[in-house]
Design a protein around this ligand. Structure first.
Ligand code: G4P
Length: 532
């Protein structure tokens, strides 16, 4: 138990909670997330899974291909949860879909983790997607550990990379390790706390050494200028402050590790960093109180729904993150939204592509709950206590489309289908107040394909997407009801209602949004809507 642990050691669940680390990897496509995931699983002994993470081509034939879209494209639409044990700790790695399968699930997954690893390509630095995902983490005060990847290649100067993190993300950096040599001359890393060097070709054996040991460096990296390297190490040690656990936990500071996922180098140090510093399952804010992870009674919230995992049964799996208590298979829980109780007869753990019945689970764990539509995103499950968790928000869509239905007779059916699928979190649906055809919004283009595919397969609706004159959607609110009404009346052709009936302003461009915002200072424009 580390010194910032909020969990009383006396709780019977404290041991299980303390040894859990639930995290995600955030990165821009191609930075190395898949490779790093695979190497982390190798450390956890889940070797049989490791090849499967990467084998994009093979996925066409694997069980993760639940949907035809996936089969066609050979990509995974599913957010997997990968659980592995290492050094007595249980790591739950929640996969955040990237590339073409980037979607709202990517953002929502970040509401279910306690920390995140930010992978940066050493040659590219902070890229757009990383920044966006970082912003979502920051909103939730999720602590970030940085892994600067691809050190085996020519990259940017490490000082410059740290500077970029500090400036663009307003996040202090503390290098935990430092690269010795660069690109082709990359020999390994120096670990400031452990005072040792780890060599690229001998990841297991660290060589104890002081940072200013010129002769020592000359011995291990004969091709480098040893004096200059020792000077650089001493400089970094002096210039960069000590790692401050509290600042990290509060999201102000990131510890930085350098490595090469492809060479499996630096991955062990990163995993140790996660184990030593990343928080165990955190307290979670609920409607009436804060729920502590070590409380005896079970509580959980649903952050993702996966439909059609088994096409023969049209089943749905709700992915629930446990926040407190202990789950045992067969127990009854209360679904807060409806007040009804349900039995957890077949909760499941997921291991990349395999699943197994979950006999027991603790705070921080993610279980899949099969259901036929009873569970929705944001739902709270409890052991008969009336609390609702706050915080599986909606994120403003980045792509908006009009839905055209050639067969006008089916308009009502389309409305109901969009409602169903929006509740499930497949897309967001907006009903324009001027009565024009429905708009759908997504953050990733693949969500549109999934919507089209499911409307046809499950509802027999053939639809077309048409470009929308709107580019951005923002939830609007005002201190004063009259101000909001005035704005809505003045912009009648740009207002829509979301799934919950909340008003949304649709802007034609960023300029349009800014301009209207300046004209109506009393209106708040939000790109994230929290669940009430
Ligand atoms: P992603 O999930 O973040 O999109 O990245 P992924 O792991 O798929 O890696 C993207 C590319 O970068 C891959 O090359 C991968 O082999 C390479 N890569 C990952 N880590 C490292 C590293 O530490 N050093 C170097 N030099 N390369 C790395 P690719 O050619 O696109 O794919 P593949 O043909 O290797 O599968």
């Amino acid at each position: 138990m580390n010194d910032l642990s909020p969990h009383p050691a006396t709780s019977p669940l404290a041991h299980e909670v303390e040894r859990r680390r639930t995290f995600a990897i955030i990165s821009h496509p191609d930075a190395g997330k898949t490779t790093l995931t695979e190497k982390l699983l190798l450390f956890g002994g889940a070797i049989q899974l490791a090849g499967q993470v990467k084998a994009k081509a093979d996925r066409r034939n694997t069980r993760s291909d639940w949907m035809s879209i996936e089969r066609e494209r050979g990509i995974s639409v599913v957010t997997s949860v990968m659980t592995f044990e290492h050094g007595g700790l249980v790591f739950n790695l929640l996969d955040t879909p990237g590339h073409e399968d980037f979607s709202e699930d990517t953002y929502r997954t970040l509401t279910a983790v306690d920390s995140a690893v930010m992978v940066i390509d050493a040659a590219k630095g902070i890229e757009a997607r990383t920044r966006k995902l970082f912003e979502v983490c920051r909103l939730r005060d999720i602590p970030i550990i940085t892994f600067i990847n691809k050190m085996d290649r020519e990259g940017r100067d490490p000082f410059e990379l740290l500077d970029e993190i500090e400036k663009t993300l307003a996040l202090a950096t503390v290098p935990m390790t430092w690269p010795i040599g660069r690109g082709r001359d990359f020999a390994g890393t120096y670990d400031f706390a452990a005072r040792h060097v780890r060599l690229v070709d001998r990841d297991e054996d660290a060589v104890p050494m002081a940072a200013d040991d010129v002769a020592g460096i000359a011995r291990i990296a004969p091709r480098l200028d040893a004096a200059a390297t020792a000077e650089e190490l001493s400089l970094v040690q002096e210039a960069c402050g000590d790692f401050n656990l509290r600042a990290f936990r509060e999201g102000h500071l990131t510890p930085v590790f350098f490595g090469s996922a492809i060479k499996n180098f630096g991955v062990g140090d990163l995993l140790k960093g996660l184990g030593d510093h990343a928080p165990a399952p955190r307290d979670q804010a609920a409607s009436s109180r804060v729920v502590h992870a070590t409380e005896d009674r079970l509580s959980a919230f649903v952050f993702k729904i996966q439909a059609n995992m088994d096409p023969n049964h049209r089943d749905r799996i709700a992915f629930a993150r446990l926040c407190s208590g202990k789950l045992t298979r067969g127990m009854r829980v209360k679904l807060m939204r409806t007040g009804k109780s349900m039995s957890l007869n077949a909760p499941q753990f997921f291991f990349a592509q395999d699943r197994a019945l979950a006999e027991e689970a603790y705070a921080g764990d993610v279980v899949g709950i099969p259901n036929h539509g009873a569970l929705r995103i944001g739902d709270t499950l409890t052991e008969n206590e009336d609390i609702t968790f706050l915080g599986v928000p909606s994120f403003a869509p980045e792509i908006l489309r009009r839905v055209r239905l050639p067969d006008a007779m089916k308009a009502k059916k389309l409305k109901d289908a969009l409602q169903d699928l929006a509740e499930e979190g497949v897309v967001q649906s907006f009903r324009p107040r001027d009565g024009s055809p429905a708009l759908v919004g997504v953050v990733g283009a693949l969500q549109l394909d999934v919507l089209q595919n499911r409307l046809e397969a499950e509802y027999g609706l053939e639809i077309r997407f048409e470009p929308s004159e709107f580019a951005l959607a923002r939830w609007i609110s005002a201190e004063n009801r009259a101000d909001l009404d005035k704005f809505v009346a003045a912009n009648a052709f740009s207002i829509a209602d979301d799934l919950d009936g909340d008003p949304v302003f649709m802007a034609k461009s960023a300029f349009d949004l800014r301009y209207r915002g300046e004209q109506a200072p009393a209106i708040r424009f939000a790109d994230i809507k929290d669940v009430k």
